[in-house]
Design a protein around this ligand. Structure first.
Ligand SMILES: [Zn+2]
Length: 299
């Protein structure tokens, strides 16, 4: 062993810190973009002379047309729609603000590219894809992208429509499950006006073939409405026709699953037929039928 060797027990690591200040030329277009943000609080994009797509930050050429310049400045309104987001929950020295904070991918109105930026003015649990946002400029803007201090909600979230006719495929399914309580039966009696003692009077019900009170047949059947209207196809759906056959009684406390399955696509009117099955907690079929619906149209 010589004076330069060390044993395993001597191994150590050195902690240190390197500061790496840097600067770069933002380029002719980048400089114009940043100066516009700082001095005029205007977001600029650059339009391709060939495909007319608008890019932010500005580019000299789009990726498809290297032989044709992006030669036109486009002033954008600074509004957009959240297309994706993440919530940062840990702190690092290089981060722009203390956690938790939201980073959103904003599809800018008037542009064909998206910008990642801070989203403030709402709780992380409130962010939704489809949220309309607007740029909020810094009080003392510097020539960086943080001249836009952050984006903030500009309105109510756009409701995402359900599946369109084109998006629906045979075999797609969705379901909704609920336990039918005595309260549900009383409420349904009030809604429908059906106070039949079979549903209301236990002593009477004991004398029937069921031996106890049962729910209205249309009550479990109504559980298909949240499936069709909120899941499959979903928001924007119009029910055209619903058929149902009752197969077994639903007792108080039964848990019913309403399931819809896309069975047929009717091209002529762009309607879809779904098979509707209602089963209880034992897997027993309590009702079965089908529905024809008009799915939401998009675009
Ligand atoms: Zn192009």
């Amino acid at each position: 062993m010589n004076q330069f060797s060390y044993s395993e027990s001597d191994a150590f690591s050195v902690e240190g810190k390197l500061a790496l200040p840097y600067q770069y030329f933002a380029g002719t277009l980048g400089s114009e973009f940043l100066v516009s943000l700082r001095d005029r609080r205007k977001l600029l994009g650059r339009r391709c002379s060939r495909c007319k797509k608008v890019f932010v930050p500005p580019r000299s050429h789009c990726e498809h047309h290297l032989d044709a310049p992006c030669d036109e400045w486009i002033e954008l309104p600074g509004t957009g729609t959240v297309r994706g987001f993440t919530v940062v929950r840990y702190a690092e020295p290089y981060q722009p603000c203390p956690p938790p904070y939201i980073l959103a991918l904003v599809a800018l109105d008037g542009a064909d590219s998206s910008l990642v930026h801070l989203l403030k003015g709402l709780a992380p649990s409130e962010v939704r894809v489809g949220l309309e946002v607007k740029a909020v400029y810094a009080k003392d803007p510097q020539p960086t992208i943080l001249a836009i201090d952050h984006f903030a909600p500009a309105g109510k979230p756009r409701q995402e429509l359900g599946y369109s006719y084109e998006e629906l495929e045979l075999g797609m399914t969705a379901s909704f499950t609920k336990t039918i309580t005595e309260t549900d039966v009383y409420l349904f009696a009030g809604i429908s006006g059906d106070f039949n003692p079979l549903h209301m009077n236990e002593e009477y019900a004991k004398t029937t073939a069921f031996g106890t009170r049962i729910a209205h047949g249309a009550l479990p059947q109504s559980l298909i409405a949240p499936v069709l209207g909120m899941k499959l196809p979903g928001l924007g759906t119009l029910a055209v026709e619903v058929q149902c056959a009752f197969k077994a009684p639903t007792f108080f406390g039964d848990t019913i699953t309403a399931k819809a399955t896309v069975e047929e696509k009717q091209a002529e009117h762009k309607r879809v037929k779904l098979r509707c099955d209602f089963t209880n907690q034992h897997g027993q079929l309590v009702a079965t039928g089908w529905a024809v619906v008009l799915p939401p149209r998009k675009g």
